[in-house]
Ligand binder design. Structure first.
Ligand code: ZN
Length: 320
């Protein structure tokens, strides 16, 4: 297995797009499905996904045919959603910044429905790719049930990779929203910021959505200028991470700042600051007085760590 510096790295799932045209792959006796509910993943106590047979009785609690993710060495893998199930306990904490609640479905009393962020650092590369693909696709289906052209309810086709409108014939394809996330440096300092709603002591790299008509590089410069008033000159793409919250692709970049003075946009940021390389090493070690170490598995943590270690521009470091 390739050792990757962050979660959801690609490379081990054969997406086998040629099999999406028929339902035959669903009949493979080795076919198994990852189970999702409101974006959460059915997982064992050790955090690894629980894969279940497609004919499991509890999977009748769903609206759509399972989505075909691809072929693994152990057989075809699918993702299914359980949108119609409601847990008995109070669900008030579901959807918080880091949802700590766990649900138990009666069909799988030994397993838990867990927030994907909480288990992502421990997933194998293959599990991570399946989980990222399944979560993003299921979220897309749950939020794009109706044709954007005429408003009729659309049908799932191609084993989950297309929705087609029965009224006007328009085909709709799964979305991936491009996001830039950037290690902005000025000499031996790195720019870190924190969002207004983030937990205390949590800082990360600046990030934002790419807008229509924009390049990745232009989006990096615009976002940094808008959020911190720092001007950025040279921008280089480094690596990317699928980010299924809900359906983004993170473009990890490096940018060279050509100004120092930070003026934050208070709508976007609660704070931003230049942090020295020595301080970044303390942050990564978990011993910095003000800033916690970044969340493991994220591209932000990988970029920060690679910059601190001098690996940021080594292509072999990234494996993708
Ligand atoms: Zn339509």
């Amino acid at each position: 297995m390739v050792d990757t510096p962050f979660a959801f790295a690609p490379g081990q799932l054969d997406r086998a797009a040629h099999l999406r045209a028929s339902d035959d792959v669903s009949k493979d006796p080795r076919a198994l499905a990852l189970v999702f509910w409101r974006g959460k993943l059915l997982a064992a106590d050790d955090g690894h996904p629980v894969a279940v047979r497609l004919d499991h009785p509890a999977l009748s609690d769903r609206r759509d045919h399972p989505i075909f993710l691809g072929l693994t060495p152990d057989g075809p893998r699918f993702a299914v959603d359980l949108p119609l199930w409601t847990p008995p306990e109070d669900a008030a904490t579901i959807g918080q910044f880091v949802d700590q609640s766990l649900q138990v479905h009666p069909a799988w009393p030994e397993a838990r429905l867990v927030e994907v962020r909480s288990v992502m650092p421990g997933l194998t590369v293959l599990e991570g790719e399946c989980v990222a693909t399944g979560r993003a696709l299921l979220t897309w289906h749950s939020t794009h049930r109706f044709c954007a052209n005429c408003g009729a309810e659309s049908n799932v086709e191609s084993l989950g990779w297309v929705r087609k409108c029965p009224k006007c014939g328009t085909q709709h394809f799964p979305r991936t929203d491009p996001v830039v996330i950037m290690a902005i440096t000025r000499g031996d300092n790195l720019l870190l910021g924190r969002g207004p709603s983030w937990p205390e002591r949590m800082y990360s790299l600046l990030a934002g959505f790419v807008e229509p008509g924009e390049t990745i590089e232009a989006a990096v410069r615009r976002e940094v200028l808008e959020e911190s008033h720092i001007e950025v000159a040279a921008v280089r793409y480094v690596t990317s991470q699928p980010w299924p919250f809900p359906m983004s692709l993170m473009f990890g970049c490096h940018g060279e700042a050509v100004s120092d003075l930070i003026t934050i946009d208070p709508v976007e940021l609660a704070d931003a600051r230049w942090v020295s390389r020595d301080d970044v090493l303390l942050i990564l070690a978990g011993t910095h007085p003000d800033i916690n170490s970044p969340r493991p598995g994220t591209i932000a943590a990988a970029l920060i760590s690679a910059w601190a270690d001098g690996h940021l521009f080594e292509a072999t470091h990234w494996h993708n």
